[in-house]
Design a binder for this molecule. Structure first.
Ligand SMILES: Cc1cc2nc3c(=O)[nH]c(=O)nc-3n(C[C@H](O)[C@H](O)[C@H](O)COP(=O)(O)OP(=O)(O)OC[C@H]3O[C@@H](n4cnc5c(N)ncnc54)[C@H](O)[C@@H]3O)c2cc1C
Length: 700
């Protein structure tokens, strides 16, 4: 889910590819802006000052909306596709250390890397290159891909660093006010071990004023960021649960709704906080580029209006910027990064420290003239554009609340895997058999690659929404091992802790190289790989009708549950990118629009790894063989039989490859599609296009 919507920084016009500090270009570019509307100029401040990126973003988002409306009328033509195409040039990316990656272990290794084939030219986006054909899928990601120059500039001075510098400067003394406000975000939906909530509570106690929790609903934001209706449903269900728990602490949960997400900083600082009489505002940091820019705008506005805005690290076990190489540099390769992460945790156990629960407000708040009505704030059943008719069923599958999350984790640590748990069933169905020796965690080394059971934890929706924290999860893991954190490939627990650390890793990558959340490849040299723009193929993949049973099973499971096992996420992603040769950003967007655990860092990390464009990616010449993968991850075929009912009566090898294993007349009776591509030809096509970046096999 690339975040950036038509965010072309006007400064980039005058930029050479090695980016310079924004301030030195500001003045000149105010006047040479290609868009040049008066409102756009207002996004800049006075002569010589930094442009207000947040405001600028706002204007450009409006323009994107206008442009989208216009283009949706004429469907999409090549100008729409090429308008967003960025002309990128080579940018050297950091890559320190080498090491095996867990994800890369089971691929087929075929073909050879060819250094000279890796063109430095970037800018590949589905449908560009003067293609005259109408391409809807090119349009899907139009406006979501920053130029290489903008991405390089963001990497040069990442928004997280800017926010941290701002916070370091500190705020002048502010007046006490009537209350302290904690802004709960979509990713910290819990009361336990919540840094900002606890710090807000401490402040409230120190000042002797009440604590108010605030949640901002923003359908506009959810739309721009490709949130799924299942994720929004999960969010609303968790909010209801939190409201009850907060009320037990006499803390009201104030709900406001702003469709236009870019108004949020102003609305909060100028309207919400003044109406509550609050000068103290706390939030946990979100590391995506849009969210960081929103927070920078909020802190700045707060400063101008006598409000102290505190943004705190909470999402990860180790905050970004702390895991460094021996030379003090950020690490972009997982294995050395993981070793450094584990060592740091060993040396500095403070990272496991959890925040205490917030203190209760005085009971009198419930009759306070100003605050008592906040207890009546309603949480909507659904949001327009994100209606979720299957909400009741999903409630069984992904029960809300921290207590349920703990149970899900507890089952994983202490009970045996069960065969039918890949069905549409609750992870908490009765009948799980306790066993320490044969528990799911004990068998995780092999189990994690099998999809025909509940072999992994299924904790991802809870971690992604912060219903449970990474610290809570790892502290439980330590308890199981007499207070020691196992982390390595030798045990189920060690392996699982490594998987959990991928979550930290991809967030560190995103915070250090914000380009990845701007629709850019980490490895710019692959930006111009030539993609196909086949609408039918894209739709067949989304619908689970490709004629490849494991892909179809995974994609149908995804649609129904909003969740897929890791192995099939990798296989389905690889099929889209290297089989169908469709732009990885289309897959990234679709996963985000479908998953209940949709998370930019993990999703982008997974897609860029698969597309061989990411930090420490799968090398481009390694291409999953869909059939082999199917036989390995679903050896009994039970997963396919359940999710692809057309094949429910097939036995043996035919379940994995019915088209080639059955007589044609028998196959036809199944009502199942023929394979939409030939594996061998598509593999060769992918190898050619990655080796010869910018070219197609026929010389076009
Ligand atoms: C293309 C692709 C897209 C993905 N998109 C997402 C996403 O949107 N949200 C998401 O949470 N995960 C994503 N993942 C990572 C991984 O597939 C899921 O975290 C995992 O399948 C969730 O199941 P689990 O909780 O049972 O995992 P377990 O195997 O039990 O692992 C425990 C936890 O570790 C973390 N984790 C494990 N593997 C990874 C990984 N590769 N990257 C980051 N964190 C990891 C997750 O928080 C997970 O819940 C993606 C992977 C790929 C290949």
């Amino acid at each position: 889910m690339p975040q950036l919507t038509l965010f072309s920084d006007p400064n980039s016009k005058s930029l050479a590819l090695s980016p310079k500090k924004p301030s030195s270009h500001t003045k000149a570019n105010i006047h040479t802006s290609p868009i040049g509307s008066s409102s756009r100029k207002a996004a800049y401040t006075k002569k010589g000052e930094e442009p207000n990126l947040w405001e600028l973003h706002h204007i450009q988002e409006d323009m994107a909306a206008i442009s989208k409306k216009r283009h949706s009328k004429d469907d999409v033509d090549e100008s729409a596709a090429s308008a967003s195409a960025s002309t990128s040039k080579k940018r050297k990316t950091d890559s320190s250390g080498v090491g095996e990656t867990d994800q890369g272990k089971d691929e087929e290794m075929k073909g050879q890397p060819d250094e000279k084939g890796q063109s430095p030219q970037g800018g590949g986006v589905a449908g560009e290159q003067g293609n005259k054909v109408k391409h809807k899928n090119a349009y899907e990601i139009k406006g979501k891909i920053a130029t290489a120059e903008d991405a390089a500039r963001a990497d040069e001075d990442p928004p997280l660093n800017q926010l941290e510098r701002l916070i370091e400067k500190g705020q002048k003394q502010v007046e006490k006010g009537d209350c302290v406000v904690y802004w709960m975000r979509m990713e910290d939906m819990r009361i336990e071990d919540n840094t900002a909530l606890y710090k807000a509570s401490e402040k409230a106690v120190e000042l002797g004023i009440p604590l108010i929790a605030l949640f901002v609903l923003s359908p506009g934001d959810y739309k721009i960021h490709d949130r799924s209706n299942k994720k929004i449903d999960f969010t609303l269900r968790n909010l209801r649960c939190l409201k009850t728990k907060l009320h037990e602490l006499n803390i009201p949960l104030h709900i406001v709704s702003y469709d236009r997400r870019l108004q949020i900083p102003r609305r909060i600082i100028k309207e919400v906080l003044p109406s509550l009489g609050s000068n103290h505002f706390f939030a946990n940091i979100e590391y995506e580029v849009d969210e960081l820019r929103r927070d920078i705008a909020t802190v700045n506005l707060g400063r101008d209006n006598g409000i102290d805005v505190q943004c705190l690290h909470d999402r990860l076990i180790v905050p970004p910027g702390k895991v460094l190489s021996q030379k003090g540099k950020p690490i972009s390769v997982f294995s050395p990064w993981q070793r450094a992460w584990a060592k740091l945790l060993d040396q500095q156990p403070k990272y496991f420290d959890m925040s205490p629960t917030p203190k209760s407000n005085d009971q009198s708040i419930k009759s306070d003239e100003k605050f008592s009505t906040l207890f009546d704030d309603k949480i909507p059943d659904s949001l327009e554009g994100f209606e979720c008719p299957e909400s009741d069923k999903l409630k069984e599958l992904w029960p809300e609340g921290t207590d349920r999350a703990k149970e899900v984790l507890n089952r994983f640590f202490h009970t045996k895997p069960r065969k039918d748990q890949f069905h549409f069933v609750s992870p908490l169905t009765p009948g799980a058999e306790e066993s320490e020796k044969e528990s799911r965690i004990a068998q995780y080394q092999t189990g994690r690659n099998l999809v025909d059971g509940d072999n992994s934890s299924k904790i991802s929706p809870y971690l992604a929404s912060g219903v449970i924290s990474g610290r809570m999860v790892l502290n439980e893991a330590k308890k199981m091992k007499k207070g020691k954190l196992e982390s390595g490939r030798d045990t189920g627990m060690g392996m699982w802790v490594q998987e959990v650390s991928w979550r930290d890793f991809y967030n560190h990558v995103m915070a250090t190289w914000p380009r990845v959340s701007m629709g850019r490849p980490f490895l710019e040299k692959f930006a111009d790989v030539q993609w196909e723009t086949n609408e039918d193929h894209l739709q067949a993949w989304k619908d689970g009708k490709t004629g490849f049973p494991i892909i179809d099973a995974a994609m149908r499971a995804c649609k129904a549950r909003g969740w897929m096992e890791n192995r099939v996420r990798m296989v389905a992603a690889s099929f889209l990118v290297k089989g169908l040769m469709l732009d990885w950003r289309l897959g990234e967007k679709y996963f985000m629009e479908s998953f209940v655990d949709g998370d930019l860092a993990a999703n982008n990390g997974g897609w860029q790894w698969t597309a061989s464009t990411g930090t420490d990616p799968q090398p481009f010449f390694r291409i999953f063989n869909t059939l082999t993968q199917s036989e390995k991850c679903d050896p009994t075929g039970a997963y396919i039989r359940y999710w692809v009912p057309e094949l429910k009566n097939l036995k043996g090898k035919a379940i994995h490859d019915p088209y080639h294993q059955m007589p044609r007349t028998e196959f036809k009776k199944l009502g199942y599609p023929e394979p939409i591509i030939d594996h061998k030809t598509s593999r060769e096509r992918a190898l050619f296009r990655y080796k010869n970046v910018g070219e197609k096999e026929n010389g076009s």
